[in-house]
Design a protein around this ligand. Structure first.
Ligand SMILES: Nc1ncnc2c1ncn2[C@@H]1O[C@H](COP(=O)(O)OP(=O)(O)OP(=O)(O)O)[C@@H](O)[C@H]1O
Ligand SMILES: [Mg+2]
Length: 246
């Protein structure tokens, strides 16, 4: 049975979709078969990042509405065999209900080792749908006050939704900028304010960002990619030391 992880954040733009795609690729490198579910109805993005947007015909709403079998709305990522994408509906009005999302994911768990759900930012209407089937949640924050504070809010909401396994990724970390900002004494202060256990730190990586803008997976020797490998190993229960900045 596959493990279902929802990737969330309080503030938008912290890197949820980048983390979802990057962790998906990392789980594939670990030998898994991985499904990424884009739950950001009306704002889908993972298909663009992984270079499959030109191929999309059906999406998650088409499966539910009976327009196609599930297999027709799941797209393989060209560059990474064993990485698959289930796109979000084009329109917000086609957003699924939490119970339907749960039923769909139960079926998918038989076919994939890891299911990663890209949640819309904040705790709006799509939040409960994205969170409903999850076994665990990963919060993605940048080491900035607005991002960290909103993270804490989402953590409480996740607990309200009966998700107990909640961890934190600090994304786009740049030590020099962090020191220059001079808001937090250290990363412990960030983690304390977010209120979740640290899963890993992903460095600011312009190569990874430009790859995803071009629809290429974040992989190989990119700094962010190495961080995703370590995080995927931790999510698999392996003990991997934390590294900051590389
Ligand atoms: N580690 C990183 N290093 C450099 N750039 C990054 C990193 N992570 C994300 N980015 C860039 O930050 C921007 C926002 O990332 P992304 O779209 O993944 O955020 P998001 O949380 O999914 O946004 P939204 O809330 O709008 O869905 C993108 O331009 C992406 O390339
Ligand atoms: Mg996104």
């Amino acid at each position: 049975m596959g493990k279902v992880t929802v990737i969330t954040s309080g503030k938008g733009g912290t890197g949820k979709s980048t983390v979802t795609a990057g962790l998906g690729a990392a789980f594939v490198r670990r030998g898994g078969r991985v499904l990424l579910i884009d739950c950001d109805a009306g704002m889908r993005g993972i298909d663009l990042m992984l270079g499959v947007s030109g191929e999309l015909v059906f999406d998650i709403a088409d499966i539910i509405n009976g327009n196609c079998p599930p297999s027709s709305a799941i797209y393989p990522c060209k560059n990474l065999p064993e990485l698959y994408i289930l796109p979000a509906p084009q329109n917000v009005r086609d957003e699924l209900s939490p119970s339907v999302m749960k039923q769909l994911t139960v079926v998918m768990k038989d076919y994939y080792d890891q299911i990663l759900i890209d949640c819309p930012a904040g705790i709006g209407s799509g939040f409960e749908t994205a969170v409903a089937p999850a076994d665990r949640a990963v919060l993605v924050a940048n080491a900035e006050p607005l991002s960290v504070r909103s993270c804490n809010k989402v953590r409480r909401k996740l607990q309200h939704c009966a998700i107990d396994d909640i961890s934190l990724i600090i994304n786009r970390f740049n030590e020099k900028k962090f020191r220059r900002m001079d808001v937090y004494d250290d990363l412990d202060a960030v983690i304390d304010e977010a209120g979740a256990r640290l899963l890993g730190i992903v460095p600011e990586d312009s190569a990874a960002s430009s790859a995803s803008q071009k629809g290429q997976p974040v992989e190989g020797r990119m700094k962010a990619s190495l961080a995703f490998d370590r995080i995927a190993a931790r999510l698999d229960g392996k003990s991997v030391p934390l590294q900051i900045g590389t």
